[in-house]
Design a protein around this ligand. Structure first.
Ligand code: PRP
Ligand code: MN
Ligand code: MG
Length: 184
């Protein structure tokens, strides 16, 4: 089998599958928000690819803002303790806010973020995540739009990184053990 990238073992979700899913999610969002304007809030850095593609697939008017958060603890799993590295530029009071995430893993980042954003008085607050891992189901976060449920393997691509690398791969795949060991 030809390798598409030397560090990738398997492709879990292809570029074509991602594009089709983004189009499908955008159609649902368009229908749900008809006649309204959405403030898309992207969570840096993983969400940049979803933000770029989803925002261009939407027909309803949107504006964008970004937050950067960091969870203390290990690099491969989050602790739930979150620190704001970059806050939103503007108030979200009275706005229809849609948080855009690449992946919900433990769900801890998102549950902290939703609590934080809810306290700012948005008119509505929903979440779109392209990927979700099974563990996230155990955390009580309400995901309005989910693209794919994927296994708990260590995955990279389409925004997802390993030690800040591989975000620009157009697909989502698993790393080879060698690639993991190299940056461990
Ligand atoms: C990743 C991912 C989500 C979060 C999910 O971000 O992009 O934002 O972890 O994890 P959780 O559900 O267990 O909280 P990360 O903190 O790696 O930052 P990044 O987006 O800059 O890669
Ligand atoms: Mn992230
Ligand atoms: Mg990351």
């Amino acid at each position: 089998r030809a390798r598409i990238h030397p560090d990738i073992d398997d492709i879990l979700v292809s570029q074509e599958e991602i594009a089709a899913k983004i189009a499908e999610l955008a159609a649902r969002v368009d229908a749900d928000y008809a006649g309204r304007e959405i403030l898309l809030v992207g969570v840096l850095k993983g969400a940049v690819m979803v933000m770029a593609d989803l925002s261009r697939a939407l027909s309803v008017p949107i504006t964008m803002d970004f937050m950067a958060v960091s969870s203390y603890g290990s690099t491969t799993s989050s602790s739930g303790v979150v620190r704001i590295l970059k806050d939103l530029d503007r108030s979200i009071e009275g706005r229809d806010v849609l948080v855009v995430e690449d992946i919900i893993d433990s769900g801890l980042t998102l549950s902290w973020l939703l609590k934080n954003l809810r306290s700012r008085g948005p008119a509505s607050l929903e979440v779109l995540a392209l990927f979700r891992k099974p563990e996230a189901i155990t955390v009580d976060v309400d995901l309005r739009y989910v693209g794919f449920d994927i296994p708990s393997a260590f995955v990279v691509g389409y925004g997802l990184d390993y030690a800040e690398h591989y975000r620009t791969l157009p697909f989502v795949g698993t790393l080879t053990p060698e690639a993991i060991a190299r940056r461990a």
